[in-house]
Write a protein that binds this ligand. Structure first.
Ligand code: SF4
Ligand code: SF4
Length: 290
């Protein structure tokens, strides 16, 4: 099984739309939505949930009211102002550092894993999909990304899938690192803007740090040909292959309005041809059979 993660240095490059269309073109795959902080793959793929499980990510201090002698030491010590004036734990503020637990004179506090999200295994019309939802304000999305990826990987192995296609998060933080760790290749979707180029440079540095092969697709390349050329030149200088240049196209939005992907609703369009060419190159680089 081959593993490909699609990422972008920033949000709004069309990464998820590109990933969904690649999923529609690929054969024998599992899709993993690792953009758990702002998941939107489900809007395009309309998954039917088959299994759901609770994700327990972060630790939080929990108090046994009966044991508390209200000495106030926990409130005094907490660096995160997570103990209220009546010595209750504010779960949103608590960082789970454990200091209050260690110092409480009456053993009234302990650390417990908190439910911070849900993990789903679903079916879509193109492929099975593993996805998740982090609760509002919950942290530890890197850990949830790892769980989504592990679950998808294990299902892909069980079902003898040829490809695990991962939609990663934007940026270069923990969730992105978790989504690229151990994959065969990374596809970076960028756009021809100054910030797009700056973010592409940052994200390629991160990918290089992990010694992973990366290729680049420029989405809406024709909206600013000058910066597209700058992106191409930067990639050439850094031996990073450009595997696709997708034109700006209103048919993508029209497809979404109809609840479809552009490769389905406009198979003859210019942008579909460009997405197909992109998939050809990516699948050829990954040496996929299909
Ligand atoms: S340190 Fe322990 S006993 Fe003191 S107020 Fe906090 S929970 Fe209660
Ligand atoms: S575990 Fe740390 S952050 Fe949470 S309440 Fe205790 S001292 Fe504060």
């Amino acid at each position: 099984m081959k593993k490909l993660t699609v990422i972008s240095g920033k949000g709004g490059t069309g990464k998820t739309t590109v990933t969904a269309n690649l999923a529609a073109l690929a054969d024998n795959l599992i899709l993993a939505d690792c953009d758990v902080d702002a998941p939107n793959m489900h809007l395009l793929m309309k998954p039917k949930v088959i299994e759901a499980e609770v994700f327990k990510g972060a630790k939080v201090a929990v108090k046994d009211q009966l044991k508390c002698i209200e000495c106030g030491l926990c409130k005094e010590l907490c660096n995160f102002k997570a103990i209220t004036s009546d010595f209750k734990v504010d779960e949103i503020r608590c960082e789970g550092c454990g200091l209050c637990v260690a110092k409480c004179p009456s053993d009234a506090l302990k650390l417990e894993l908190e439910e911070t999200g849900d993990l789903y295994y679903s079916q879509t019309k193109f492929a099975p999909m593993v996805h998740a939802k982090l609760k509002i304000g919950a942290e530890n999305s890197g850990k949830l990304v790892s769980q989504v990826k592990e679950k998808a990987e294990s299902l892909a192995q069980q079902e003898e899938k040829e490809l695990l296609l991962i939609d990663g998060s934007p940026g270069i933080g923990c969730p992105v690192i978790a989504s690229i760790n151990g994959v065969d290749s990374v596809l970076v979707v960028t756009e021809p803007t100054k910030s797009g180029l700056a973010d592409l440079k940052r994200v390629l540095k991160t990918v290089k740090y992990f010694n992973l092969p990366a290729v680049v697709a420029i989405n809406k390349y024709d909206l600013n040909q000058e910066i597209s050329l700058e992106i191409e030149s930067f990639c050439r200088q850094n031996q990073v292959k450009i595997v696709g240049k997708l034109p700006f196209s209103k048919v993508i939005v029209e497809a979404m309005q109809q609840g479809e992907l552009v490769v389905e609703s406009a198979p003859e369009s210019k942008v579909t041809t460009a997405i197909k060419e992109l998939w050809e190159k990516v699948s050829c680089d990954l040496k996929l059979k299909g």
